[in-house]
Design a protein around this ligand. Sequence first.
Ligand code: NAD
Length: 313
Amino acid sequence: MSKKDMSTMDNETTKPNIAFIGLGNMGAPMAENLLKAGYALSVYDLSEEATQRLHKAGARVSDSPNDAANNAQVVISMLPAGQHVHAVYLGSDGTHGLLADLPKGTLVIDSSTIAAADAELVAKTATKLGINFLDAPVSGGTGGAIAGSLTFIVGGAAEAFSKAEPILAVMGKNVFHAGANGAGQVAKICNNMLLGILMAGTAEAINLGVKNGLDPKVLSDIMLQSSGRNWTLEVYNPYPNVLENVPSSNGYKGGFMSKLMQKDLNLALQTAQDTGVETPMGAKATELYESHVVEHGDRDFSSIMGRHDSSVL
Ligand code: NAD
């Protein structure tokens, strides 16, 4: 093998350095899985508690997104909402964010759930600067993030997607290319609108049974083997102590905060309005979560159960 072939191979087999920004309920376990797979990680989060967890796991802790990205060929972010993604990549004035500091050819993967239009704006700025941007929101919850079995739903250029795929495969079991930039976010909000409807409907059905004398576990087992079966019944039952190791059996702590579900439902509703599409069930689920988050925004989204039965909260 010639020296040139060797160096090409080295480049192909060497793992890129990764900067990971946003180490919350999802970002922390995703970053930990990259560390376990042997990637060198620099991390940044506004919360010191969050960075300390990753420091213990072997990451280099940085004091800014720019410091984290110094020497990184890949940047991954897992932030709450569009405004945080814009603040990190575009800066408060839209021009002095992290993108302006990255070398050409850097691969940027944003896994936050944000509006497709917000992702497209970051992608447009990145492209002008010669940076490859992918929107890559995820499905699978904190359980999937810990197990490395997330579903990634990616929007962006095919070449960038191929580069990202082996990295995403460390954190996920399924990696889909949905289309151009923004397509990942559109697919994700369709999924989460359905999830919000299913969670609200499952809580409502269990409550109807319990108020009519049924045991919530017995009822859940029956519906699991019947036509009402769905993901929330299978792995995320909203009634306490039906399933182990789910937020409802842990005071609705951790998991996917109700205020984030409300954000996603609003993103779906906005997209529906902008494109003249009717989503009456999505509108109802949004209404239910809007009132729920007034008091319970930080609790897991399965706490919508408490709308019917406040004793579970
Ligand atoms: P989270 O609130 O637990 O974590 C977000 C983290 O980002 C926090 O640690 C926060 O300190 C940090 N952060 C905020 N602004 C920052 C900034 N400017 N710079 C650096 N760090 C900053 O949220 P999460 O549950 O991890 O969700 C993250 C994203 O993933 C959201 O868009 C959410 O909708 C999506 N999502 C969550 C789940 C879930 O089950 N939790 C599932 C799928 C998708």
